[in-house]
Each structure stands twice: as structure tokens, then as C-alpha cells.
Write a protein that binds this ligand. Sequence first.
Ligand code: M6R
Length: 589
Amino acid sequence: MCGIAGYIGERDAFRVVFEMLGRLEYRGYDSAGVACINKNAIHITKDKGKVAEVEKEAAYADSKVAIAHTRWATHGVPSRKNAHPHKDCKGKIAVVHNGIIENFEGLRARLVKRGHKFLSETDTEVIPHLIEEEYKDGGGTEAAFVSAIKKLGGSFAVAMLSDKENNIFIARHESPLIVGIGNGENFVASDIPALLPLTKKVIVLDDGEYGIVGKQKVVIKKINSGRVVNKKPKTINWSMAQAEKGGFEHFMIKEIHEEPQAVKNAIAERTDIEKIAKKLAKFPRIYFVACGTASYAGRLGRGVLEHFGVPSNAEIGSEFRYGTSKTIDKNCAVILVSQSGETADTIAAAKEAKKNGAYVVGVVNVLGSTLTGICDDVIDIGAGPEIAVASTKAYVGQITSLTLLGLFIAKEKGKLDVVDLNKLISKLGGVPEKISHVIGDKEKIKRLAEKYRNVKEFFYIGRGLNYPNALEGALKLKEISYVHAEAYPAGELKHGPLALLEKGVVVFALVPNDHLAKKMESNVQEAKSRNAEIAVVSEGGDIKVPWVDPLLSPLLYVVPLHLFAYYLSVSKGLDPDKPRNLAKSVTVE
Ligand code: M6R
């Protein structure tokens, strides 16, 4: 949800921030802009469009300090006037912002009364005007910046330039912001990929902190007290190669090819997972909470526990925070699943659960993200940077971690003996090779996608542990191909949706070789009898998947669904990495 970049040092700041923005585009890509200081004046260049398009048209300005933004519209349509940076009346202050200023209407009305002129429909524009107003007190830039920030309600990551300063001012509350530490130069970014070729050392700003980023020095302070916070930089272990396409046409297909490695990386965290499982097993009530694809991983986590007779619940973040969280107490453990660790609804759910005394565990891909700072314990899925908006390898990493977690909890609870546990873990070790085998069949899936290119309606059906995969397959199709797709537990079709099945509708049926296979086959027959076209994913089906222990089947059965969604999107001439209206990190409610 919007990407922020900033640079101060000896390099060409204009170029550096545009390059950083390019690596943050997965956070939003409807407009982009840069503000830099040249000859003591602020120059802004911005427009509607993707970063590369805006950069092509941008008026170059020679500068050593700049801030930049790639936008995912909340308030105001994508347009030049709504693109960031925004400035004050005199053009002496420029601000970029990620988040939502919830009290912007009141602030704006008061500022208008004082004669401020607004040029956009955004909530963000109140910030430079507020700072301009606070400057009138004569306390200097830092004082004006902090007083303005204190008046903001809602969520924000903010970076500001003032023509009076050779520093970047930053602040955060509930939206991510990090500082990259260089040699005689420093960087500001929403997320790690922006920094990868520039520095490996980062300082993560926490909620309620602001910073003054200079060429040689970075000072972080508390917004409320002004107290200096001494923060040691952390070292990032992601590589630049992980954040590049590496010869693939899109990030999404590259990331699908990384699914075997995602399973290996998740297994590598087994010692931590086992330790956390021991703690979790003590709680009578276990909840999985997440959004989107991660919520399907949460459902899978619940499925694994239920398989062993351990009760648990799976909920969507935006519902949990206002509903179930009221029933959470110290007898509960809440497991938050999130690739980015920045999803607003998941973070809010974690905070509510913690406030109510629960043991809170994060299953996260981005270490150092906001969620990792809230949770009591964190499981790192270790999938590496995921750039495509559609989550693929992170889902596979999440379901691997949650399967392992479920196995260890079942063992702790005496529902799974050590011999069987070890057998399952050893079978899990064989899954990456089987996934590679499925990926090896991608040409067949590509042909299927071309065949179904004009189909308007898809259904995905599965049972038990593969119902979350049905949800995942349908979401992926909607997300990147803009085709309507529905997922149902196969047994539910006959309770209504069957009325929609007719010639021209395609049904994907996930039929692993488990105790429900016969029931699935009957459901497939029911769909066939209504003239729907069926694509069976099974050991001997239209899309073939190697044999795997049924408990581990979700890890394999999702792979063809990811490939199909990718190829359908490509066959329609769409960009699967940047679907319309979406952004990778959903940092607003
Ligand atoms: O970063 P998170 O895992 O918390 O993100 C949650 C969802 O926004 C995310 O999974 C979304 O549904 C994906 N774009 C789906 O591919």
C-alpha cells in the first residue's frame, strides 16, 4: 500500500530514489513522484502511471537528497494532482505518506480557514500544510514536524523534505518504514527490497518514533517524549538475486519455481517450530488468524490440528479484530500468518489478542516487520523476498510451517507418536522433489490455460485439507486474470451452486488419494452431469500429481493451481505481477 523511498548522500539522489521505487512497485503502482532539493529549492516531478512511465517523462533535477513515492490510491483517484509528493502553500515542504490520516477532514477544514490552499483530494496533503502552520511558531523544522505529526490520527509512514534542511525527516505509526545505513549516505524505504543493492544494514522504525536522516548521521526519537532511542542496525540476509527476475518473464513464475526451495527453507526452521509447538500445546484454545492467501494457510493449519483431534479455529483478520477477539483471554493462543508482517487487519488482530492476554505467535516471511515486533514468538518461513502481488511461494512456505507445527503440537498432546512423527517429517523432506516434478509439467498446464482462455466462470472444489487450496486457486485466478472463480467444499455444491453449472463452466477438482477420494469422485460426477467441463487434479487425472501422503497433499496440489492462474493471466495479455486495483502489502483497513 504505497512505497516510500528516500536518499541523502553524494550520489544522484533523483536517480537513486527512482531506482528504489522500481523495487517497491509491488506496494502500489497507480502513480509515482519524486521531490528533491536543488539549489535550496524543492523540485517535484510526479504523475499518474507506473514508476518507469513516470520516470521517462520526469524532469531531471540534479540533487543529493530526495524522497519518492509509488501510490496505491485510497483518497482521490489516480491522477497527477493526487500523486505524491504533496507540498505546502509556498512549496517549501514536500511530503510522501503511506497509510490513512483518519482525521484529515477536520484538519483540512481548519487549515482552509487559515488560508491554506489545497490542490488534491488526498488525506496526505494536510501534512505539509500542518507543518507549514507549525513553522509559524518559530521553533525550527524538527519542532514543526513533530507537532504536526502529533496531530495526525490513523496510520502513517511519512518522509518530509524542507528547503531549510539538508536532512530527511521521517515518522511512523502503524505503517512500515526503515532506514538503510550506508557509508556517507543513508536511505529511507518502506521495505527491504528497495535497499537490497544499496546496503544490508537497516534500522527498523517502531510505532511512535520519528527520525532525522542526514548524510552521516541518523537520529531516532520518540514522537511523544522527544527521547533519543538508540537502535542498533540489523543485517538483512536477503540477496539482490532473490529480488530479481533471474531470466524469468515475471516474478510470479520465478516464485512458483522457488516453491520447492520454500518447502526446504520452512523445514530448516524445524527446531524453532518444535519449541513453539511445546508452548502452544499448553493452550486449550488455538486460533489461526490472517488475511487473503495467508488466511487459507491458517485454515490448513486448523485442518492439520483437527486431523489429530486437536480443536482449533481459523479466522479472517478483519473479522477477528472486531468479533472473536472479544472472546480471547489468557487461555488462548493466537497464530497470525502473514507474508509481509505488515497487513493492517492481521496486525490489529495480533494487538487485540495480546491485549486480552493471549500467547501470540507470528508465522512471517519478513523478519523485522511490524508483526514480528508484536508477537511473543515468531516462526520464520524463510521463503525470501516475494515480489509478485499474488502470493505463491510464501503460501507454500506457510503451509509447510503450519503442517510441521501441527505435527509437533499433535505429538506434544499425545495424539501422534514419535515414530509416526518422524515418518511424516521424512516424507515431508521428499516433497520439494515432487513439487519440481509438477512444475516440470508446466507446458501441459500452459496448454490448458490457453484452452480455457475465454472461459468466464470457474469453480474450484476440494475437501478437508484441500479445501483451503480450492480457495487459494480461485483467489489467484480472480486476482491476476480478472475472471470470476468460486471455491466450495465439494460436498456443498449440491446445496446451491450446482444450479450455476452448465456447458462452458470449468470445475477444478482436487482429488488426492485420501479417505475422501470416493466422495470427491461422486462430486465430480455430479458436476459432469450438469455439462460442466472438469479438470481433475490427482495422481491419474487431467493434471497429474505424484503420490504423496494425504496429510502432505496440499503442498503438491496447490502448485498446478498457481501455474494455471499464471498462464491464464499471461494468455490474456495481462501483467500477473501487477494486477489492477491491488497492492502487495495491505497496510490500510
Ligand atoms: O502479507 P500478508 O500475507 O499478510 O498478505 C495477506 C493478503 O493480503 C495476501 O495474501 C493477498 O491475499 C495476496 N495478494 C493473495 O495472492
